[in-house]
Design a protein around this ligand. Structure first.
Ligand SMILES: NC(=O)c1ccc[n+]([C@@H]2O[C@H](COP(=O)([O-])OP(=O)(O)OC[C@H]3O[C@@H](n4cnc5c(N)ncnc54)[C@H](OP(=O)(O)O)[C@@H]3O)[C@@H](O)[C@H]2O)c1
Length: 271
């Protein structure tokens, strides 16, 4: 039997959650993994080879996929289709925290804050283009390939800051300076999880679509101030990507306090 195939978007950074999830899926679960990256580079090829050296026996591939571009997403789906003919797992991991056209804030975060009331429509559009519209494009482009799998899984990498329940309980001033577009994009992503989880079984009843939150993880996304390791952050992704037939769908999970008492014990967050 051939190995299951997983595509992870935004898996190019070797210190990121996407790459850690690729390592876990490849080495612990025998997947053929495809590292999605918005640019191809010798460093990306080296990152793929590194996983093979570490024990990924069923192949590590790379694909150019800029989820901010519908054309790029369609090209990537064609490439995966021609190379593998199907897909078993799609991890929507690529994301932006702040609008890239505001480098004065992205560079100086968290010291310099783009206040909520200073956000423009364009700021929201830039973040949503990747975190929400990019996921819609990617799911729609890869759904026919996933439908050919005997156990199709989609994992949307979300965040507790996208939980209305979590944010409602925070005092004013503690809602993540500069992150209003990010937080609302993750709330929208969670709604995509709910809606696709109910719709995609039309294509294949075995579909499972879930959101997972890695927790505050030490990556370049937050300038390495996170407290969890990329491996700990990726564990929920790997768990949702490898759910058995009896596993949940249409849910939102994590394995850190206050929701869960220990790593690897995955609990549902409230939306
Ligand atoms: N770190 C945390 O504390 C934390 C907490 C909760 C949720 N998350 C979520 O975890 C996921 C991974 O984040 P991370 O912490 O591992 O940070 P990361 O290493 O910076 O990963 C983000 C990835 O997204 C990619 N990306 C950005 N725009 C893209 C586009 N248009 N097309 C394709 N890829 C694009 C980046 O690529 P480039 O290298 O080209 O920029 C990067 O590889 C994100 O969804 C994030 O929201 C992280």
């Amino acid at each position: 039997m051939s190995a299951p195939i997983a595509l992870i978007t935004g898996a190019n950074r070797t210190d990121g959650i996407g790459y850690a999830a690729a390592r876990q899926l490849a080495i612990q679960h025998g997947f053929t993994v495809v590292l999605g990256s918005r640019t191809l580079s010798p460093a990306l090829d080296a990152a793929a080879k590194q996983l093979e050296k570490e024990g990924a026996k069923n192949g590590v591939h790379v694909v150019q996929i800029d989820v901010g571009s519908s054309d790029s997403v369609k090209r990537a789906a064609k490439e995966v289709s021609e190379k593998f003919g199907k897909l078993d797992v799609l991890v929507n991991n690529a994301a932006l925290s702040l609008p890239p056209s505001r480098p004065e804030y992205t560079d100086a975060w968290p010291q310099k804050i783009l206040e909520f009331t200073e956000h423009t429509r364009k700021d929201f559009e830039e973040v949503f283009a990747v975190n929400v519209f990019g996921v819609v494009d990617t799911i729609n482009a890869f759904a026919p390939l996933l439908a050919k799998s005997s156990s199709p899984r989609i994992v949307n990498v979300s965040s507790s800051v996208g939980s209305l329940d979590f944010e409602s309980a925070l005092p004013a001033g503690h809602m993540g300076g500069s992150l209003i577009a990010y937080n609302t994009s993750k709330a929208a992503l969670n709604m995509l999880t709910v809606m696709y989880s109910k719709d995609l079984p039309k294509l294949n009843p075995a579909f499972k679509v879930n959101s997972g939150c890695p927790g505050f993880t030490d990556t370049s996304f937050n300038k390495h101030i996170g407290s969890r390791t990329p491996d700990e952050g990726a564990a929920v992704v790997t768990w949702l990507a490898t759910l058995p037939e009896s596993g949940p769908t249409g849910g939102f999970y994590c394995d850190y306090p206050p929701y869960s008492e220990k790593n690897g014990e995955f609990k549902a967050l409230k939306w």
